[in-house]
Design a binder for this molecule. Structure first.
Ligand SMILES: Nc1ncnc2c1ncn2[C@@H]1O[C@H](COP(=O)(O)OP(=O)(O)OP(=O)(O)O)[C@@H](O)[C@H]1O
Ligand SMILES: Nc1ncnc2c1ncn2[C@@H]1O[C@H](COP(=O)(O)OP(=O)(O)OP(=O)(O)O)[C@@H](O)[C@H]1O
Ligand SMILES: [Mg+2]
Ligand SMILES: [Mg+2]
Lengths: 156, 221, 156, 221
């Protein structure tokens, strides 16, 4: 069981390092609290966004925390992909440039899995292959409209 | 594989029956505040049994039934969600995985043990050659080459007094939540999976306890 | 003491109703759990954004919750203003149209108090009287630049 | 009144001494992720003693000192923040409030009791005519017509071993946190005030307990 964990940990760690570098333009890696006996301790994320010196996770900014958390999720995905990923406004803390980076990475990862992403941010909408529009008129029910980025709108 | 359709009936802000057609790859859902975007994700969680009522922002399951249904004073109201998975690639993928020389299992006549199947996710896999050995409900799941679509449905009935029942179905046959979760596991969909991130939760991985974080890797290993 | 509370409650309630109507285009009011003996119970917010039927607060959307919470804060402000308000990304859940509404209301309220608002959203930046730009170059410290909306930039 | 300047020295991502000039009305602070915007609000909370270290995303106060200071291996490092309030309007306002016929107190010679001052926030108000009756530190605060600016400073010193001291100052004179909070209350700035909403906290009012929410009105009444 330790061996299986070790293998998983090493792969996810490697994934995390390269994904973090791409999303946060910095260095990050996973660290076991007890490397001799992993099950005796927990798992820490060490993050240096933009090459900043190491600091406790809690003191990172909202945007930095989001990118670090998402790097971890993508690192897990590359190791054991789920068939679909559903993200609800995971870009809410990100500045425009970081929304673009995240959108590019999702576009890349979406070759291996389905991504359904709720977002209000333009760079995210523009990177998707298609958009589903949702509205609710006063006193009415939710309506759904499928919009393809070719500009072709289909109502359902 | 991918989800190709979610159908919502009387679920939260969706009155009547609404189809949300989806495709593989990268889809964005957008629209004004309060329009129902997050409710679509709640519908996924509801149908696949991946979260409790609080995880869908409801105090109890009956809160999930569209308000108009409930206020019409009918004796019993019902809400349901169906999720249709497109399996055409997955089948071929599962078939290939189970055979060391790349020949699909139902064409080679070997038993799973002979093929050296060790992945426990495949141990329930039925195939045309084994149908007799496996329980009827399984034989309908993931039949080699025969099933391109897999539909999961969940119905919630609420009586006027407020008591309720919830029933799951796979391809129209009722089943237990445990059955459903077993099948979903074979597709790598887990209740504690990190593939669904709800609104406001993205930094949760940062604030969670280190041991909890390590367990995420345990479960995948 | 009950009398003082009653008076405060009535004023804040009235404020909340008109502010909520403006921000959420709907009806909202404050409700005491025990109207006979207020101190025996708590205070509930009843919110019907866009005229939707009443529902528990928890089931509101992220944007709806934000506007309801901000309406309460502004209602308190009109009753007992603080000299300054400091908001950090309170618009993160809001769609573009609602960011504009909120920005207009802050502009209005800023005649009675100082508002210092951290935001990444364009309609908020465009409604402010001035913007302070903050940056941190790689390996350097935070730098602050004052930018007036007349286009005149001053570094500090 | 308004905050006209925040000066940060070795505080979080601010090295050296940095001025943030502010004006009344509506100011937006913007910039890329991780640049230091929220740190400016943390500086306000730090200086005015409005939050504990966790409320500023630090485990303990020493974490607030700029990393470069700490890593230079000096025996003792120091971080400080000063907040300068512009009081020119407030004074006139306070003066008017305390006098039923609108005449500023220091011009009328009546005692506070004679003027019917009941607002407990004004009971510490010193004015030129009363200076002898009031403790020295108060006589320097809000003197009728004499003080247009009020500067609050907080210094944090951390030794190499990691122990630390924090000192508050009002207009250059050291004071206790209680003194500071008393003066801030007169300006309607409270530690549990809802005038500071930190990143991610805006929906807190929705998820809080109804009793807690009622107490907010209690405190203002
Ligand atoms: N049982 C129900 N019946 C009718 N409407 C409901 C029910 N449950 C929730 N709603 C409504 O659904 C709306 C919330 O929808 P949802 O959370 O999906 O919005 P959203 O599009 O995600 O918005 P945001 O961008 O603000 O997050 C609320 O206005 C709520 O009143
Ligand atoms: N003691 C310290 N010394 C140096 N840098 C620090 C210290 N404490 C925090 N920081 C840095 O400050 C940065 C966070 O700044 P802040 O939270 O103000 O960013 P922000 O501009 O609000 O970003 P966002 O838009 O993502 O919320 C982090 O990168 C963190 O490393
Ligand atoms: Mg939502
Ligand atoms: Mg921030």
């Amino acid at each position: 069981r330790q061996k299986a964990f070790r293998e998983a940990f090493d792969v996810v760690n490697q994934n995390f390092q390269s994904i973090f570098a791409e999303l946060s333009d910095g260095d990050g890696y996973l660290q076991l609290e007890d490397s001799q006996d992993p099950f005796n301790g927990g798992l820490n994320l060490v993050a240096h966004p933009k090459g900043k010196p190491v600091r406790r996770l809690a003191s990172m900014s909202g945007g930095e925390k989001s990118l670090t958390a998402l790097s971890f999720i993508f690192a897990l995905q590359r190791y054991r992909p789920s068939p679909f990923y559903a993200f609800d406004e995971v870009d809410m803390f990100l500045d425009g440039a970081n929304v673009e980076r995240l959108a590019k990475m999702i576009r890349q990862q979406s070759q291996q899995a389905q991504f359904i992403v709720v977002s209000l941010r333009r760079p995210m909408i523009e990177s998707a292959e298609r958009t589903i529009g949702v509205t609710q008129a006063r006193g009415a029910y939710t309506q759904v409209i499928g919009i393809k980025l070719t500009g072709h709108t289909a109502s359902l | 594989m991918y989800i190709k359709r979610v159908e919502l009936t009387h679920f939260k802000s969706f009155g009547g029956t609404t189809q949300v057609p989806l495709m593989g790859g990268f889809t964005v859902i957008s629209g004004p505040n309060g329009s129902g975007k997050s409710n679509i994700l709640d519908a996924l969680l509801f149908c696949l049994g991946l979260a409790g009522s609080k995880g869908m922002r409801a105090e109890r399951l009956p809160d999930l039934v569209n308000q108009n249904q409930t206020s019409r004073g009918r004796a019993t109201v019902e809400a349901s969600v169906s999720v249709t998975f497109d399996l055409s690639d997955e089948l071929e993928q599962l078939a290939l995985d189970s055979s060391p020389n790349g020949v699909p299992p139902h064409e080679s006549g070997f038993t799973d043990e002979q093929r050296g199947l060790t992945d426990e996710r495949l141990e329930n896999q039925s195939s045309a050659t084994h149908r007799n050995e496996i329980t009827p409900s399984h034989s309908k799941q993931f039949d080699g080459g025969l099933m391109k679509e897999w539909i999961v449905t969940r119905k919630l009935r609420v009586t006027q007094q407020g008591s309720y029942t919830s029933t799951y179905f796979m391809n129209g046959e009722s089943c237990t939540l445990t059955d459903l979760h077993q099948q979903l596991e074979r597709l790598r969909i887990y209740p504690e999976g990190y593939n669904v991130v709800l609104q406001g939760d993205v930094t949760g991985i940062i604030s969670m306890h280190p041991r909890e974080r390590r367990q995420i890797i345990d479960e995948l290993a």
